[in-house]
Design a protein around this ligand. Structure first.
Ligand code: NAP
Length: 283
């Protein structure tokens, strides 16, 4: 109810968007801090994405989020893109700075922040990432930049894993990086000495909630930290298997909130209130 004549819009562009938690998270934060912004999500069809971005400028919004399927395509429509987002090749947050649209990527940083909040030490550790889509790319590059010792990327389509390996080899020097096929034997031999396992595949999501990327639960050892970036359901089959084996775990809600909190900071210069973060985590 805080909307006034002076209120500036911050929005989300994507398709679909009606499941998004972002309007709730950001509007609650604006209200909590008494900021004169309002957040709305817009479902944009692909032939209209350029018009939508032009409209963001015309309407002088403070900024916007970009979600599937536009995180990569949006780059060509922006005035400038921050270095890290350029390396990742995708943007999820845009700031309108005096009429110039500047692109950032907070996905990988959100994941790292979630690990930090959970007090998980990832520096100099070995991380096994399952999947090679957009989310895997952001997370792998961010972890490499943050000083993990070794990253293994496992994917069904090995060519996509190799693309991420090559980007990291080109941009980050002190990290050991390799790809493997997503099959049980390969996973088994890598997991033995892995510290952190991250599922970024969509296996286990929504209707597929009975599926897991790991078939043999016993290959998970109790010293492994298991993160699944899926947040619907909050406890995936993989997380249940991991808990059964005594592993410490984290679901995708933490990453979702912290990538949002980093975008919030870019637009407002302020930290997302802890009350809001706690409320969403416990909702
Ligand atoms: P994406 O680009 O479509 O990538 C999907 C990945 O899953 C690919 O590596 C794909 O392998 C793999 N995959 C899908 N079905 C598979 C199957 N049946 N068997 C083996 N591999 C399979 O998607 P994305 O944007 O990276 O998102 C991936 C997941 O992360 C989604 O569940 C999404 O909701 C979640 N996510 C969460 C957050 C968060 O903030 N928590 C942020 C972004 C995404 P191929 O390459 O072989 O096709």
């Amino acid at each position: 109810m805080h909307i006034k004549g002076s209120t500036r819009l911050i929005s989300l562009l994507g398709d679909p968007v009606n499941h998004s938690l972002s309007p709730y998270m950001h509007n609650l934060s604006f209200e909590n801090l008494g900021l004169d912004y309002a957040y709305m999500a817009f479902e944009i069809k692909k032939e209209k994405i350029k018009d939508a971005v032009d409209a963001m400028k015309t309407l002088n919004v403070r900024g916007f989020n970009v979600t599937m399927p536009y995180k990569e395509k949006i780059i060509d429509l922006l005035d400038e893109v921050d270095n890290q987002a350029k390396i990742i090749g995708s943007v999820n947050t845009v700031l309108n700075s005096k009429g110039k649209l500047l692109g950032y990527n907070t996905d990988g940083k959100g994941f790292v922040k979630a690990l930090e909040e959970k007090k998980i030490d990832f520096k100099l550790k070995k991380v096994l990432i399952l999947g090679s889509g957009g989310a895997a790319k952001s997370i792998a590059i961010q972890l490499a930049l943050e000083g993990v010792k070794e990253i293994i990327i496992a994917n069904r389509t090995i060519e996509k894993a190799n693309i991420i390996v090559n980007i990291i080899k080109e941009h980050v020097k002190d990290v050991k990086i390799n790809s493997i096929n997503l099959n049980e034997n390969k996973l088994k031999s890598e997991i033995i000495n892995t510290d952190i396992l991250v599922n970024t595949t969509s296996i286990g999501m929504r209707e597929g909630f009975l599926d897991s990327p790991i078939k043999e639960t016993k290959i998970l050892h109790k010293d492994l930290f298991v993160a699944d970036i899926i947040y619907k359901p909050q406890k995936t089959k993989l997380l249940s298997q991991a808990q059964e084996r005594g592993c410490n775990t984290m679901n995708g809600l933490n990453m979702l909130i912290f990538q949002g909190a980093l975008a919030f900071k870019i637009w407002t210069g302020k930290d997302m209130p802890n009350e809001v973060i706690d409320k969403i985590l416990n909702k």
